[in-house]
Design a protein around this ligand. Sequence first.
Ligand SMILES: Nc1nc2c(ncn2[C@@H]2O[C@H](COP(=O)(O)OP(=O)(O)OP(=O)(O)O)[C@@H](O)[C@H]2O)c(=O)[nH]1
Ligand SMILES: [Mg+2]
Length: 261
Amino acid sequence: MKLTIVLPTYNEAENLPLLVTALMDLKIPGIEQHVLVVDDNSPDGTGEIADDLAAEFPEWVQVLHRETKDGLGKAIIEGLIVALYDGADYVLQMDADFSHQPKYIPQMIKALENCDMVQGSRYTTGGSVDDSWAWWRKLLSWFANSVYLRAILRSHVKDLTGGFKLWQRDTLIGIDLPSIKSNGYIFQVEITYAALQLGYKIVEVPIHFPDRNRGESKMSFLVQYEAALRAFQVWWRRRNLSAAQRATELPPHPLKEIAVA
Ligand SMILES: Nc1nc2c(ncn2[C@@H]2O[C@H](COP(=O)(O)OP(=O)(O)OP(=O)(O)O)[C@@H](O)[C@H]2O)c(=O)[nH]1
Ligand SMILES: [Mg+2]
């Protein structure tokens, strides 16, 4: 089985080489693993570091260079579509700052045998967030995911904003990725909600989510507040989807340029 790991990066110069090494060290039986870095012209040189990794490990690492930073959602969608064109059977999306820990990937692959998408989840039983979070921050994040968003979207998934997702190829095709219009953090909610509405089975695997310990955080309260309001937009746009509306063909290839060393 071919697994492509899509890593969106913006200023992850310190994290990326360590993460790529950690991913390659996994060596999961029966899995041919590839990494696709999607870099938005990071000012800290992450793109060049990614090119160096691709030159060093041409059979494992590919790089997709986007000209500007126009949102995490668009970067991930491009990566997911390119992974499908490259023939991936499974596609994993994960953050490149070690908040999503490679050690969970084998469990997630096992869980994917019985479902259409596996969500690495902070809020299912056994999941947790960084110990240093203040109680009110833990409460707010838990409430936003496990109560507020779930109530609006009537979803059983407890970590709707989580970005650690392992997809079956057919699920990603069925979703019609270019139809996901949200950007930023609410993107994670819309793509999961679209999958649920299309009747795909999602299983949550508990993860511990440590804070990044290298590089700068891009998260802010404004961003979280905006995501909370946009939940209604996502619900409205997707409320009438059903399994009959699954797409059956690959979307157009999004790429202007792909650099493979
Ligand atoms: N390509 C691309 N990657 C991005 C963009 N914004 C964030 N990322 C990457 O997406 C992943 C998730 O980023 P975040 O976790 O949102 O940002 P953060 O700053 O780590 O936020 P916290 O984890 O809450 O501290 C990381 O690998 C980032 O480098 C973007 O606009 N384009
Ligand atoms: Mg992060």
